[in-house]
Design a protein around this ligand. Structure first.
Ligand SMILES: [Zn+2]
Length: 488
């Protein structure tokens, strides 16, 4: 992968590679390319080249949901595909659509997840307590009045309209100010036009100005980890990578359970949804404003903390800790970053099922999850990954689940230094490497936080065990589908 180095302010902050290009030349090339591309596709019939960012609030309980618009603004060139405007992958708990005003044609759509939807699975939400989250959707700017439609899935997995509003591109309430980047941005990997590549932007949180060198080292490491894994390794040429130098007042991030509060640019925090290792931010505006320094399709946030943790919300962001606490394996942050990116980039589900998370029955019974890598269906002909299965593979696929579960229960009670802990982990890993099933695609019971009733495609995967296991071939295919949808 060839790295190209550009800074918006022309300063030389760090050595990402031997190749330097001038930002102005790069932008000029992008503009010429985009204009010629626009003229050649139907994209120009309905949209102009700008991005429309719609900020809004989503308020509700487990049973109710209200959307109210906050602000509309233009935000640079549209970085997404100009040939695949309607999302065919059907992923996400929510979907935004741009609908033709006269004939109801869907002109644009995109699926995504939200923290709100995860919060709906918690006890307070089920008790009827209201909460509000700030969110944004970004679409290409329509060139005529259109309907903007917000949808969410019901308990049967079908999309229902939550809110609709008319967007008139001539309206005076669309903020059209051209805002300079909030922080210096560097083009770390440049492989082509944003509309023909997946544009991944990195942001940092909890890094003081004097820690930018560490931030750059952490970023390089995360990028290397990601592109060591298939399918990212083979598809590296389909990515542009941007790095925004976000500085914070304090080092580290919020740790509410330890009463540690830090002033950081993006507001990331441990203990999200009351889970000790879950890191999220609810400061959506800050994330979006800093990310807008680059054309982006995907956001990765690295936090300046050696304490284990991370989070990933589909089509929002992936967050990972960096470095390692004393006595902990140094590969944990590599594992976490790539795992969380699997969630945020491709909408992959967690394939594990033993976890102290605070969701209650996250996947409704008798409803097939939309996530591409877990299923409740055991009819071999209708399994969503049947195309990757050997028809001779038994369904459900036998594996040493009882032994694995008893070992898992044991190690969760023990200290990491205990001899039985080490032996237990070693035996669990041996079960996952059983040559009879390792690497095969089947239907292995235990997935999506449920020990029974949900199935995963492989005995092991980056979305299953806390290990450097590769993505299983079902997850790899699901990731490639997103790369295809954004780069073609
Ligand atoms: Zn998988």
């Amino acid at each position: 992968m060839r790295s190209v180095y550009v800074l918006t302010d022309g300063r030389h902050l760090f050595q990402f590679s031997e190749v330097k290009v001038r930002c102005s030349a790069l932008i000029a090339g992008i503009v010429v390319g985009v204009i010629s591309h626009l003229m050649a596709t139907p994209f120009g019939l309905f949209f102009n080249d700008q991005t429309l960012r719609v900020d809004y609030f989503r308020t509700g309980t487990a049973e109710q949901e209200i959307i109210s618009i906050d602000a509309l603004r233009t935000e640079g060139q549209w970085p997404g595909s100009r040939t695949q405007l309607v999302d065919r992958l059907d992923r996400g708990n929510h979907r935004v659509q741009i609908v033709h005003k006269d004939d109801s044609r869907i002109l644009f759509s995109q699926g995504y997840n939200t923290i709100f939807q995860e919060w709906q699975s918690t006890e307070p939400a089920r008790q009827g307590i209201f909460r509000t989250f700030h969110e944004s959707v970004r679409t290409p700017m329509p060139n005529q009045p259109v309907v903007l439609r917000f949808e969410s899935r019901n308990r049967f997995g079908q999309f229902e309209t939550v809110a609709e509003t008319t967007i008139d591109p001539q309206a005076k309430n669309i903020n059209r100010e051209v805002r300079p980047p909030l922080a210096p941005v560097c083009s770390f990997v440049q492989n082509g036009l944003p509309s023909e590549k997946v544009d991944l932007v990195f942001l940092g949180d909890g890094y003081r100005p004097e820690e930018m060198e560490k931030y750059h080292r952490d970023t390089e490491r995360a990028i290397a980890s990601l592109f060591q894994n298939e399918p990212f390794k083979s598809r590296a040429k389909d990515f542009n990578v941007w790095v925004v130098d976000v500085c914070s007042v304090d080092a580290g991030i919020d740790e509410p359970c330890r009463s540690l509060w830090r002033s950081t640019a993006l507001g990331t925090s441990y203990n999200a949804l009351d889970s000790p290792r879950y890191i999220l931010t609810i400061d959506n505006c800050a994330v979006r404003d800093f990310a807008a320094a680059a054309p982006y399709d995907a956001i990765a946030i690295l936090v300046n903390s050696p304490r284990y943790g991370g989070g990933g919300i589909f089509n929002q962001f992936a967050i990972s800790f960096t470095g390692n606490a004393p006595g902990e394996p140094d590969w944990w942050c590599d594992y976490v970053f790539v795992h969380e990116f699997g969630h945020s980039f491709a909408g992959l589900a967690d394939e594990y099922y033993s976890s102290q998370i605070s969701y209650l029955d996250y996947y409704p019974e008798n409803t097939e999850p939309w996530e591409p890598n877990i299923t409740a269906v055991l009819d071999t002909n209708n399994i969503k990954w049947a195309g990757l299965m050997d028809p001779a593979t038994p369904v459900p696929t036998p594996w040493d689940k009882c032994r694995y579960d008893s070992l898992s229960a044991l190690v969760q009670r023990l200290d990491a230094g205990h001899v039985d802990y080490k032996n237990g982990i070693a035996e669990m890993q041996a079960i996952l490497r059983n040559p009879d099933v390792a690497g095969k695609i089947g239907c292995f019971e235990g997935a999506g936080y449920a020990s029974r009733g949900l199935f995963r495609p492989a005995i092991d995967c980056r979305m299953f065990s806390k290990s450097m296991a590769p993505f299983c071939s079902v997850c790899q295919q699901a990731i490639e589908q997103v790369i295809d949808s954004q780069s073609r």
